[in-house]
Design a protein around this ligand. Structure first.
Ligand code: DX5
Ligand code: ZN
Length: 217
């Protein structure tokens, strides 16, 4: 089964609730929530209060992507705010703290995810794969919506799918950045099963058709 995780970064801030409900009506099962600290990436976005408000507003899966330095400092608070999946960057801290942060997330009963930036090789997350419920491959440099899809990330997606099939076959493999109806097919062919889409999804003339097309096998 393929899953669309619409990125709320592309929602209209003045009509956030309206966009959330439009996505629910279109059949969204997950919501992707980007958290940025202005340091790990040169931008700001949502924090605890948005995750907590979303938790009250929807029963769908909250897929929270932390683009913040040394996330170990904040993971428990994001778990308490209501994340279902909490994903941290492997580049954001030392290997010891990365492992500890994954353990902290799991100890909270929340699904743990690890994400890699375009220049980071798959081997960087290999030691942690058994502790992951989700692995996320960035197909743009993190920080902004609306960027061009990097097709050269596809060998990495395939490599990770093969690694996961060996050590942790039920782990989700997600892609994020520049995903639209065309690039989603390429990602699926290479083994991705969760597809984040921001601008293409929120900008679709028919969100229900967009969701169905992305989730088609
Ligand atoms: C970028 C974020 C993405 C972003 C994707 O750093 O992680 O989730 O919202 O937006 P699109 O789909 O427009 O590339
Ligand atoms: Zn994201």
């Amino acid at each position: 089964m393929k899953i669309l995780s619409p990125s709320l970064l592309s929602a209209d801030p003045m009509n956030f609730g309206r966009d959330l409900h439009r996505l629910e009506e279109a059949g969204a099962k997950w919501f992707h929530v980007d958290v940025m600290d202005g340091t790990f990436v040169p931008n700001f976005s949502f924090g605890y209060s948005t995750v907590a408000a979303l938790r009250k507003a929807t029963d769908r899966i909250l897929d929270v992507h932390l683009m913040i330095d040394r996330p170990i400092r904040y993971v428990e608070k994001f778990c308490d705010a209501g994340a279902d999946y909490l994903t941290i960057h492997v580049e954001a801290d030392t290997p010891e703290n990365t492992e500890k942060a994954l353990d902290m997330i799991r100890a909270k009963g929340v699904k743990a995810g690890l994400v890699i930036k375009p220049k980071t090789p798959a081997s960087a997350i290999e030691p942690y794969l058994e502790k992951c419920d989700l692995v996320l491959v960035m197909t743009v440099e993190p920080g902004f919506g609306g960027q061009k899809f990097m097709a050269d990330m596809m060998p990495k997606v395939k490599e990770l799918r093969e690694m996961l099939d060996r050590v942790n076959p039920t782990c989700h493999l997600e892609v994020d950045g520049g995903v639209d109806l065309v690039t989603a097919e390429v990602c699926k062919e290479h083994g991705a099963d969760v597809l984040v889409a921001g601008s293409a999804c929120l900008g679709a003339s028919d969100m229900k058709a967009f969701t169905e097309s992305i989730e088609r096998e």
